[in-house]
Design a binder for this molecule. Structure first.
Ligand code: TYD
Length: 134
């Protein structure tokens, strides 16, 4: 499984760092939605779903966390530890987010608006969906 991590360009000077992200330039899709997770308690593991169409970029803009990616055949755990790195998560990819540091803020850039019908929340359904789309 290919893990696609984007290294964004921080614009740093003596005032601090700034990262700017533009659709189709730094991000490979039109950004239709932005959301973020914080105050994730100790031992929390969330996600547990895949999407039929949605593409996302995950950026841990503060603190650290880990992302499990699972394409139905292979699993990979990707640590997110820098505010200038973004993990691309394609559609048809099961994901779980865990090991959040207490100060973690996980920002998600998404290619579509929120649509519950795009979610696959059952792992066996996910495996079935993968098989059918091959
Ligand atoms: P949920 O899908 O459970 O989060 P996770 O990414 O960890 O699986 O979402 C938590 C709640 O937030 C749920 O009630 C749905 C809501 N939600 C929105 O209203 N809009 C969104 O864009 C997202 C991602 C979630």
């Amino acid at each position: 499984m290919q893990v696609i991590k984007y290294m964004f360009q921080p614009h740093g000077d003596d005032r601090g760092q700034l990262v700017a992200l533009e659709e189709f330039k730094d991000i490979p899709f039109k950004i239709k939605r932005v959301y973020y997770m914080y105050d994730t308690g100790e031992g929390v593991r969330r996600g547990y779903h895949a999407h039929k169409n949605l593409e996302q970029i995950l950026i841990c803009i503060h603190g650290t966390c880990k992302i499990l990616l699972d394409n139905g055949k292979e699993k990979k755990v990707v640590p997110l530890e820098k505010p200038y790195e973004g993990l691309y998560v394609a559609n048809n990819m099961w994901r779980e987010m865990f090991d959040f540091s207490p100060d973690a803020v996980l920002l998600v850039l998404a290619s579509e608006a929120y649509d519950e019908s795009d979610y696959i929340r059952n792992y066996d359904d996910f495996l079935e969906f993968i098989k059918e789309s091959e």
